[in-house]
Design a protein around this ligand. Structure first.
Ligand code: UTP
Length: 288
């Protein structure tokens, strides 16, 4: 079945990015000149997604406003005959059909995804986390997962090798090779201590899931922090059928983290057609 819908959980509090995220959603922090959320929405559209379901929470209105039509701004740009910017602003609001579902309390990624159940219905769907930015020219990461889903007809999770000293910050899989950069997952665990991690393959924020996942999330007990973890639900779901991991190609940035965000900013600025040249010159001349 074609993957038409994508869930974007954006209801987290973004505490790693305080104080910037006290009133401003981290998903709207700009990477060079575009909010983070626009990068991932564009990735989904490039991969053929037709409908987006954002799981939002308090203080997240700026995300809805960003994708909404802005009549005043359009009138102003039209008045100034600034047709280039007018076109850019219109393109954002015409990008895709987006609906919003509220997660009243941030009780974890699993809990956020469960909120999409009614809108998803009985079809497979993508999940994309807005703070994992993946640069992969003409080969969107979520599209790479969709290809594996089409082959295996089973859920697929994005993974990436990380240094062993960092594994405890991620969900980690126990892999069995099942193709080119593809693994069957034997087990998975959320944030394991380094000595208990089953591999160095960390789960990154892209998934193709089947609707059965909702029952497993519902049956998952909250962890010690009161959060319902998607990884725990998926680990239980392994008992009922295969789940695969796709080691995607591309550069991934943890833009929800201050250092990751800075790295993304520098590299996207260097890639920018407009700013790359002068920015490179600026960096070269810095008295480091
Ligand atoms: P993170 O743990 O990276 O985001 O969740 P966070 O909770 O906002 O960030 P920190 O750790 O406090 O800095 C991954 C994704 O899942 C969403 C977040 O918005 C983020 O995109 N999420 C997380 C929800 O939508 N609801 C939740 O209850 C938790």
């Amino acid at each position: 079945m074609k993957i038409r819908k994508a869930v974007f959980p954006v209801a987290g509090l973004g505490t790693r990015f305080l104080p910037a995220t006290k009133s401003c959603p981290k998903e709207t922090l700009p990477l060079v000149d575009k909010p983070l959320i626009q990068y991932v929405v564009e990735e989904a559209i490039e991969a053929g997604i037709e409908q987006i379901i954002m799981i939002t929470g308090r203080a997240k209105n700026a995300i809805e406003d960003h994708f909404d039509k802005s009549v005043e701004l359009e009138l102003l740009l039209e008045g100034k005959k600034d047709y280039k910017r007018l076109e850019m602003v219109r393109r954002i609001s015409d990008m895709c059909e987006i609906c919003y579902v509220r997660q009243k309390e941030p009780k974890g990624l699993g809990h956020a995804i469960l909120k999409a159940r009614d809108v998803i219905g009985d079809e497979p769907f993508a999940v994309i986390l807005g703070d994992d930015i993946i640069h992969s020219e003409n080969n969107p990461a979520i599209g790479q997962l969709i290809k594996v889903y089409d082959e295996k007809n089973a859920p697929v999770i994005a993974v990436q090798k990380v240094p062993m000293e960092n594994v405890s910050a991620y969900g980690v899989i126990e892999p069995k090779p099942a193709g080119d950069r593809v693994y069957q997952i034997l087990s998975m665990v959320e944030k394991p201590p380094r000595e208990k991690a089953p591999s160095d393959l960390a789960i990154i924020g892209r998934y193709i899931l089947t609707p059965e996942v909702f029952d497993y999330i519902e049956a998952t007990a909250p962890d010690g922090r009161g959060e319902i973890q998607l990884t725990t639900a998926l680990d239980a779901m392994l008992a009922d059928g295969a789940i695969y991991a796709c080691q995607f190609t591309g550069t991934r940035y943890d833009a929800g983290d201050k250092l990751g965000f800075l790295q993304a900013t520098v590299e996207y600025a260097l890639r920018s057609k407009e700013l790359g040249g002068p920015f490179r010159e600026y960096l070269k001349n810095l008295p480091l």
